[in-house]
Design a protein around this ligand. Structure first.
Ligand code: ARG
Length: 402
């Protein structure tokens, strides 16, 4: 048996690496993706090899993650339950896809992940694997083994000589990538408790954020952010740049109670300055260039798209069809937005586009006005006709009764 394990090098997956070899008499290949801050790949390789890994993969997936996962979600304006920009959720189908590809390349018959039985991520990993390689066996050690606590895992690690860095563990569970950070557990499990300041990892509090407002300009080309303040950036660098600027101004803190897929509610914090800024900016271009019906239809899609991502249905037919719609409407979203960042606020200060449908002569209340005021009378007459007919019927019925 040969297994490809999604491996972070943390306690759970380090223990899983050994446990899989013992329990399944398997050869285990580890796979680690860098989609955030970076990884000490030499250290990770040494650690995995010491714990018996047959082969170690470490890859920088930031570019692919940005282009193929973040960008579609941005074009969709996808926010789960209106708030969560889906950073963690978006990363899972990518990692699972690479697990599948490596399993094929290495002739492995199984893949394994370190998700618990209570979260959304197990669903996202496994649905992706179902979609791409339905015959692969999936193993989730944390759902199988008897160990119930961190202490038991540490004991297992000691017993088997597994090197785990025994740093003082943060009371929170944190998942981080370039699009955002997810924070849960500890005191946060009480939804009525304000998050302690130490729960936030990158953003300034309102109190500590810069006292002066900062203006920024973001230029989009067909829905893709290309320039910041007139300077060209690749997508990953632009996201990182906005993350740092937004964090200084205390932008992108989200505190929510969300509905998990597996039926429970959970309280989660998110920090996603770049996601908040870019979603806001792109929306402003959309407001200029999309006609009313298309814009309203897109608003309906945003919600559905966010659900699909959250539910792990990235490789579903509906998601693909929605992408086609979104790519079509974003042929028009080229233009620039000016934003004012200040004390946790991201305020639009201006927007322009060559594709703008805004017609000043039509909109103005000045003498330059070319709008046909007389036509409005007929429009209202016919638009309101059904209401009139209904009201006439009611009053007619009353008269008859009398
Ligand atoms: N609730 C978020 C989601 O389902 C984040 C999950 C991971 N969070 C964490 N703190 N480890 O996508």
């Amino acid at each position: 048996m040969k297994i490809v394990l999604a491996y972070s090098g943390g306690l759970d997956t380090s223990v899983a690496l050994k446990w899989l070899q013992d329990k399944y008499k398997a050869k285990v290949i580890t796979y680690t993706a860098n989609i955030g801050k970076g990884i000490d790949s030499a250290g990770l390789e040494e650690k995995a090899k010491k714990t018996g890994a047959l082969k170690v993969y470490v890859e920088d997936l930031r570019k692919v993650f940005a282009k193929e996962f973040i960008l579609p979600a941005l074009k969709a304006g996808a926010l789960y339950e209106g708030k969560y920009p889906l950073a963690t959720a978006l990363s899972r189908p990518l990692i699972a896809k690479r697990l599948v590809e490596i399993a094929k390349k290495e002739g492995a018959d199984s893949v394994a992940h370190g998700c618990s039985g209570k979260g959304n991520d197990q669903v996202r990993f496994e649905l992706t694997i179902f979609s791409l390689a339905p015959h692969l066996k999936i193993i989730a050690p944390l759902r199988e083994w008897k160990m119930k606590s961190r202490a038991e895992e540490i004991e297992y690690a000691k017993k088997h000589n597994i090197s785990v860095s025994v740093t003082k563990k943060s009371p929170y569970s944190i998942d981080e990538n370039i699009w955002g950070t997810s924070i849960e557990c500890g005191i946060l499990e009480d939804p009525n408790v304000e998050p302690p300041e130490d729960a936030w990892t990158i953003t300034n509090s309102i109190h500590k954020s810069l006292s002066q407002p900062q203006y920024i300009k973001i230029y989009f080309e067909r829905g893709m952010p290309k320039k910041l303040n007139g300077k060209k950036y690749d997508f990953v660098s632009l996201i990182e740049k906005l993350k740092n600027i937004g964090a200084k101004h205390g932008i992108g803190r989200i505190d929510m109670v969300e509905n998990r897929l597996i039926g429970i509610k959970s309280r989660e914090l998110y920090e996603a300055p770049a996601a908040v800024i870019l979603n806001k900016a792109l929306e402003e271009i959309e407001s200029l260039v999309l006609d009313r019906e298309t814009l309203h239809f897109k608003e309906m899609i945003s919600n559905k798209y966010a659900e699909l991502v959250y539910y792990g249905l990235w490789y579903s037919p509906l998601k693909g069809a929605l992408d086609a719609f979104l790519n079509s409407i974003h042929k028009k979203t080229t233009g620039e937005v000016t934003l004012k960042l200040h004390k946790g606020n991201c305020i639009v200060a201006g927007r322009k586009s060559l594709n703008s449908l805004y017609n000043e002569k039509m909109a103005t209340y000045s003498p330059q006005d070319i709008f046909s005021h007389q036509s409005a009378k007929g429009f209202i007459e016919l638009f309101g006709l059904p209401l009139k007919i209904q009201a006439l019927k009611k009053t007619g019925a009353k008269r008859k009764k009398k």
